[in-house]
Ligand binder design. Structure first.
Ligand SMILES: *Cc1c(COP(=O)(O)O)cnc(C)c1O
Length: 400
């Protein structure tokens, strides 16, 4: 019996080492990693410069706590402010913690305005994490079931629907913020329409709400810009980050601008590990390498290529609903649940993910090269085609 708690339906494989987009298991079998630790390892595995930065910092100093000044934390905050245009940062260790900080900021903001019971607008199919507050904000019954009572203070609306948010504004005087993913990751790589963010910004301005963008998955270069909001030129007030920020060393960050940046005072929030020297050195190295190696440009190039090629190669197949995404955050939605593809891909040395039952999710490292993208396509497309053939066969028999 395993002494690890039974919280994951794990695939029957363990990896021993990695290099770039490749992983090897103990038997020496090689896999192309198109999941990247769930949008975490943007630099791929074993990046020499990243490894050197980690080694160097590990040898100097790992942790001192936030009882003292941490120079690397100041440096990382400067760097994040520079690339995002935000004012300041709270450091923690994960995406849910970054969202917890955002939720606490929104509540503090509400109380400063004498709103007794501040509420936050959240979206259907959203994913914000597994702590009690963040699973309450998450728009999935599967994540919430069994953990009631949920944390109060969330008002749910359909994603990508500005009128629904406006209707909430008309009737609910307790709302203080909107929390939203611009590209819903776990929800199925659902992309909002072009004017959505601008529309949300206008509603937030009109009602004095904070616009809080959960860029935990879409941030740190994954969509081809540092942050997904930068495709639109609309600024958030609060932005939680995590996943790709330190290439696998645990870190979370909650960025804030304007009034939201002035809310926390000593004693309001904290974290023992948050922003320790090792994690900050890892994040600083990650940001430098993304910039130096032009990985955001590469994400756009390879992402456009992969989406276009999947569309072209499956043009005659029946059962593909949509191919979408931005940069190297890619979703292929099929008409039928397709979880079985994960194991089939694994057998053929390709790591993919299926989310929301019927969306194949590809989140390869940002270092993915053209020939590696070709390899990914050459493995994945025939698998999808064969799956769709099997799906349409019994249906054809039924209608005959
Ligand atoms: C993964 C994810 C989270 C949760 O991050 P953890 O580090 O697992 O707590 C929150 N929001 C979004 C958008 C995510 O993709």
């Amino acid at each position: 019996m395993s002494h690890v708690m039974n919280t994951y339906a794990r695939l029957p494989v363990a990896f021993e080492r990695g290099e770039g987009v490749w992983l090897w298991d103990a038997s020496g079998k090689r896999y192309l990693d198109a999941v990247a630790g769930v949008a975490v390892c943007g630099l791929g595995h074993g990046h020499p410069k990243f490894t050197a930065a980690l080694r160097e910092q590990a040898g100097k100093l790992v942790h001192t706590s936030n009882l003292y000044e941490i120079t690397l934390q100041e440096k990382l905050a400067d760097r994040l402010a520079a690339v995002s245009g935000m004012d300041n940062v709270f450091f923690c260790n994960s995406g849910c913690e970054a969202n917890e900080a955002a939720i606490k900021l929104a509540r503090l903001y509400g109380h400063r305005k004498n709103i007794e019971s501040p509420a936050i607008v959240v979206m259907d199919k959203a994913f914000h994490g597994r702590t009690l507050a963040t699973l309450s904000a998450t728009g999935s019954r599967k994540v919430q079931a069994g953990f009631e009572p949920l944390v109060a203070g969330f008002v749910r609306v359909p994603f990508d629907d500005l009128d629904a948010v406006k209707r909430v504004a008309e009737v609910n005087r307790s709302v203080v913020a909107v929390l939203v993913e611009l590209l819903q990751g776990e929800g199925g790589i659902i992309v909002c329409h072009d004017g959505y963010l601008r529309g949300l910004r206008e509603i937030c301005e009109a009602h004095g709400w904070l616009l809080m963008l959960d860029e935990v998955q879409s941030g740190t270069g994954r969509t081809g810009r540092w942050f997904a909001f930068q495709h639109s030129g609309v600024m958030p007030d609060v932005m939680p980050l995590a996943k790709g920020l330190a290439n696998g060393v645990p870190i979370g960050a909650c960025l804030a601008a304007g009034p939201a940046a002035q809310l926390f005072k000593p004693g309001n929030h904290g974290s023992t590990f948050g922003g320790n020297p090792l994690a900050c050195a890892a994040a600083l190295a990650t940001l430098s390498i993304i910039e130096d190696e032009r990985l955001m440009e590469n994400a756009v190039k390879q992402g456009d290529f992969i989406r276009a090629e999947i569309a072209r190669r499956l043009a005659d197949a029946k059962g593909v609903r949509e191919i979408r995404g931005k940069g190297l955050m890619i979703g292929v939605e099929l008409e039928q649940p397709c979880g079985e593809l994960v194991q089939q891909a694994l057998d053929r040395g390709l790591l993919i993910n299926v989310t929301a039952d019927n969306v194949i999710r590809l989140l390869p490292p940002l270092v993915l090269k053209r020939e590696e993208a070709e390899h990914l396509l050459a493995t994945l497309v025939p698998l999808i085609a064969a799956f769709l053939d099997r799906q349409s066969a019994p249906q054809a028999a039924q209608t005959a």
